[in-house]
Design a protein around this ligand. Structure first.
Ligand code: ZN
Length: 127
């Protein structure tokens, strides 16, 4: 399952106004994920409780927990939701698109590899 920022008409000002915190990005991501639905990895049940304290879903049938990231493009990434959102913004806002190196520089991130992996996944998913 993949979730992306919709190609909405957004400029840098409305983007920063909307997504001004990690919490804002997570909340938006959850809303998008809820539209698609969550399937329990253990039993396949599709009804879940939301436990905000741990940012996870809990299966109503078997109580297995599914984190907000798990099963999405952000799974296995240690980068914050806000970094992902900023990257999606940078990638969709220009026609040419930013390179991984440029995104790393713009976001002030130390390590290149996680940025490269994120950009690679986003490119693959938007094809
Ligand atoms: Zn379950």
């Amino acid at each position: 399952m993949l979730i992306l920022l919709k190609k909405q008409v957004m400029n840098i000002f409305s983007f920063t106004a909307h997504f001004d915190s990690e919490e804002a990005c997570r909340t938006h991501f959850k809303q998008e994920r809820d539209k698609i639905g969550v399937k329990c990895q253990r039993c396949g049940h599709t009804h879940h409780y939301w436990i905000k304290a741990v940012w996870s879903y809990e299966c109503k049938s078997c109580r297995a927990r599914t984190s907000l990231r798990s099963g999405t493009i952000m799974q296995n990434s240690n980068l914050s939701f806000m970094i992902w959102y900023k990257t999606m913004f940078l990638m969709t806002t220009t026609k040419k698109g930013f390179s991984s190196k440029e995104i790393q520089k713009q976001l002030g991130l130390k390590r290149y590899e996680p940025v490269w992996a994120m950009v690679h996944k986003l490119r693959k998913s938007s094809r």
